[in-house]
Design a protein around this ligand. Structure first.
Ligand SMILES: [Ca+2]
Ligand SMILES: [Ca+2]
Length: 163
């Protein structure tokens, strides 16, 4: 924990050092004064409900290989904040390709907390994904949507609900 804090302070100092030279000063801090995460594509805020994000991974970069797949498939990453404490489900039901879904700690790249290829419930098709996890109010996570194989990309949906 101490080491991680130290690394974060170093990266901020580095950024400050380059403010005048590289325009790093244009970075806008988040509402609570933290540096925005460079590895996310969008901030979902405290969104709950079906289709909190509808997107398409086709043409995105292959930035991430998740613990359960996604090597060489394009992916997108999102920041999500728990609106309250409890058990939550995030799934990709309604997506058009064989997704994998990974939950990570809110750093870049972050540590894997949960990863799923194919959802176990009958809530939707066989190839969509779901992660279930405990969260405390205001706890943040990175949610990665990836494709299982290199050719898997396309329209996807992120649905979030409290269980
Ligand atoms: Ca990937
Ligand atoms: Ca899958």
């Amino acid at each position: 924990m101490i080491r991680r804090h130290h690394v974060r302070l170093q990266s901020i100092s580095l950024c400050v050092a380059f403010v005048s030279a590289l325009g790093c000063g244009e970075v806008t801090l988040t509402d609570d004064g933290r540096m925005p995460l460079a590895c996310i594509d969008a901030d979902l805020g405290e969104s709950l409900g079906p289709e909190v994000f509808v997107g398409n991974t086709f043409g995105e970069q292959d930035d991430i290989q998740t613990f359960c797949g996604g090597d060489s498939a394009p992916d997108m990453a999102f920041l999500w904040t728990a609106p309250s404490s409890g058990l939550f489900s995030i799934n990709t039901c309604g997506s058009a390709f064989d997704t994998v879904l990974e939950l990570r700690t809110p750093e870049c790249p972050g540590m894997m907390l949960a990863c799923n290829d194919d959802i176990e419930s009958l809530a939707c098709g066989a190839f969509e994904s779901e992660v279930r996890f405990e969260a405390r109010e205001n706890q943040q996570f990175i949610v990665v949507v990836d494709g299982l194989f290199f050719s898997e990309a396309g329209d996807f949906r992120i649905n979030v609900r409290k269980l």
